[in-house]
Design a protein around this ligand. Structure first.
Ligand code: AMP
Length: 215
């Protein structure tokens, strides 16, 4: 099974991808995570991407598609892929088709998480994650049970993304509307798109996605 999770920043793509990984043994392929790792490691790609990411603009199609190509090459054939934050442009959607064919895969579904944009700004500007296991938290909606200690792994280190401030978030949403949402018709023509209400609880959204995957 190979699926794309599509939706604006803060729609819950990463959260849901984590759950699919845990429940179905799939692999999350998040170009945002890969780019952040490259920035941290100060690789040439990371150095080129950092300023672009800080502004909330898109990194070049060639860079992100090369990252996906390398990940697919390293994955066992039987492991399903969840594309999270990729593709983000029409060119990337076409490149993904080529990459899937090259690696003997096909796209099964595109799941669009539908969300209210004002609520997203609230979600994104309060979010933080465990620096060790990646569990997600929120200043206003989901604090750890013991302050400063990760519920899942006990780590006391947390991190926030530098691009999760209101100004950049609003710009990222505008980029989503102008560059990414227009790829939906491309997948609609192929009958691949399903829509899920992304404003429900995390568990409700997971259940809706599970129902689509089992279908
Ligand atoms: P994300 O974690 O998916 O919100 O991505 C964070 C940032 O990384 C984005 O605002 C872009 O600057 C960059 N990025 C991530 N994925 C892509 C992609 N598929 N195409 C272009 N830029 C990307």
């Amino acid at each position: 099974m190979n699926i794309i999770l599509l939706g604006p920043p803060g729609a819950g793509k990463g959260t849901q991808a984590h759950r699919l990984v845990a429940q179905h043994g799939m692999r999350q392929l998040s170009t945002g995570d890969m780019l952040r790792a490259a920035v941290k490691a100060q690789t040439p790609v990371g150095m080129e991407a950092k300023a672009i990411m800080d502004r909330g603009e898109l990194v070049s199609d060639e860079i992100v598609s090369a990252l996906i190509d390398a990940e697919l090459a390293a994955m066992p054939d039987a492991t399903g892929a969840i594309f999270d934050g990729y593709p983000r442009t029409r060119a990337q959607a076409e490149q993904l088709d080529e990459l899937l064919a090259k690696h003997g895969r096909k796209l099964d579904r595109v799941i669009e998480l539908q969300v209210d944009e004002d609520a997203l700004v609230d979600r994104i500007t309060g979010r933080f994650t465990c620096a060790k296991c990646g569990e997600g938290y929120h200043d206003r909606h989901k604090q750890p049970a013991t302050e400063g200690v990760c519920d899942k792994c006990g780590s006391t280190e947390f991190k926030r993304r530098p691009d999760d401030n209101e100004e950049t978030v609003r710009h990222r949403m505008q980029v989503y509307r102008s560059e990414t949402a227009p790829i939906l018709p491309y997948y609609e023509e192929q009958g691949l798109v399903s829509r899920v209400d992304g404003m429900g609880s995390i568990t409700d959204v997971t259940e809706s996605i599970d129902a689509l995957i089992a279908d």
